[in-house]
Design a protein around this ligand. Structure first.
Ligand code: HSE
Length: 436
């Protein structure tokens, strides 16, 4: 049987999962690839630590990238180190020495996609990146190949497993934020720096990649308006549940005549709808294509083996030659292609809103807030105000929750600032989007 020699660069959580699949299930990969995928080298920074993590056949482990670069028999490399540098330089050097690349590093692609993809094309190489978005869900292949007869109209997704794990555990078990972040790290879901998971960066980087594939938009992920779950108050999870919603970190890309809306934000999603029921480290994406209609993808978006599953599928596709065909045809991230869509002005977006604030429990408070909302043509759909626990004291502060009917983001944002400046309102207003 023919053999393709493969190397892994980075033997962390995902890298060791990839090595496991290649070593323990060589027969399976050979059957699917029509050739053996032979793990020839695994490059690590610390040989001792790597040897403790897993046992590899003699001669595979090395701490020198040159052992891969200078070996012409290695043709495909799973580049699985995170961060921007040295990941970028290593990827360029590997491609310059004739290797095709498979990667899970979405930050690198979101930041340096055009440079890396242009260079790959110049060199006649390919980059496969299924594992970079939504872990085990084959969303890259689905959008760029399986749905290629469609104009995608909408993508709505839960793209960060760590955030979803945190929010689910807080919501269902009342777990504390810090405890769940730690657990997500132990389970191998979180990025090396979990701040990127919880502040919306990771989801925005994944959304930038999906928006490019689905809409031809070359977006700097920094330009995507994003709010993370790091500031989420457990009270919001409770109020949302009372109102019939769960809060999820939702990434949205919607195409309309006015352009493409892109955002990442904690959003109230109606209980019983598929996205609201996505729990723990699961990811999900609801896509709408103009021919196919709505399709829904659900699966583990983080963790060792789900991500390794996507990497090994890419190794097989690359060894067989499928990646190169797709890569050449689709011209991903070409700097020659002008963006095909305009980004929509966020102020003009419309939707319902959840507002939570603390107000003085005295006459006229609700009327003053209602007057601000009326001034901005925002209609109130429902209100929750429970009696203060120390009842009888008129000047107590009480939490007030307002659900609005549909309004523009611009009007909601102006109304929020005006409400915050009312004398009877203490502190800031929490404003979240609502999706029915
Ligand atoms: N840290 C990511 C997540 C997994 O929690 O979704 C890798 O993309």
């Amino acid at each position: 049987m023919e053999k393709t020699n493969v190397a892994i660069v980075g033997l962390g959580t995902v890298g060791s999962g990839v090595a496991r699949l290649l070593l323990d299930h060589g027969d399976r990969t050979a059957r699917h690839a029509g050739r053996t995928l032979w793990l020839r080298k695994a490059v690590v920074r610390d040989l001792e630590k790597a040897a403790e993590r897993m046992e590899l056949p003699a001669g595979v482990l090395t701490d020198s990238i040159d052992d891969v670069i200078n070996d012409p028999e290695i043709t495909v490399v799973a580049q699985l180190i995170g961060g921007l540098e040295p990941a970028r330089t290593i990827m360029l050097r590997l491609m310059e020495s004739g290797k095709d690349i498979v990667t899970a590093n979405k930050a690198l692609l979101a930041e340096h996609g055009p440079e890396l993809f242009d260079r790959a094309r110049q060199l006649g190489r390919s980059i496969a990146f299924e594992a970079s978005v939504a872990g085990g869900i084959p969303i890259i292949a689905n959008i760029s190949q399986c749905l290629s007869a469609n104009q995608i109209l909408s993508l709505e997704g839960i793209l960060n497993g760590t955030s979803n794990f945190i929010v689910s555990q807080m919501d269902e078990y009342g777990a504390s934020y810090d405890d769940v972040v730690r657990k997500a790290q132990e389970l191998g879901y979180a990025e090396a720096d979990p701040a990127m998971d919880v502040d919306g960066t990771d989801a925005a980087q994944k959304l930038a990649i999906l928006a490019h594939l689905a809409f031809g938009a070359t977006v700097d992920w920094n330009d995507i308006p994003k709010i993370g779950i790091d500031g989420l108050d457990p009270a919001d999870l409770r109020y949302a549940r009372q109102l019939g919603y769960r809060i999820k970190l939702l990434a949205v890309a919607n195409l309309s005549d006015d352009g493409l809306e892109l955002s990442v934000s904690p959003t109230l999603i109606k209980i019983g709808t598929p996205l609201a029921e996505v729990r723990d480290a699961y990811n999900a994406i609801r896509a709408i294509g103009d021919a196919v209609g709505p399709v829904f993808y659900h699966g583990l978006g983080a963790g060792q083996m789900p991500t390794a599953s996507a990497v090994v599928a890419d190794l097989i596709d690359t060894a067989v030659g499928r990646t190169k065909l797709t890569f050449q045809t689709l011209e991903y991230f070409s700097s020659d292609n002008p963006p095909r869509v305009l980004l929509r002005d966020a102020e003009s977006l419309r939707g319902r809103f959840y507002l939570r604030l603390h107000v003085a429990n005295h006459p006229g408070t609700l009327a003053a807030i209602a007057a601000v909302l009326e001034k901005h043509a925002i209609s109130i759909a429902s209100v929750i105000q429970h009696e203060s626990e120390s009842s009888g004291r008129n000047l107590d502060l009480v939490p007030l929750v307002i659900m609005t009917h549909e309004a523009s983001e611009g009007a909601a944002s102006k109304a929020t600032s005006e409400i915050e400046s009312l004398k009877s309102v203490t502190g800031g207003v929490t404003r979240l989007r609502v999706k029915d």
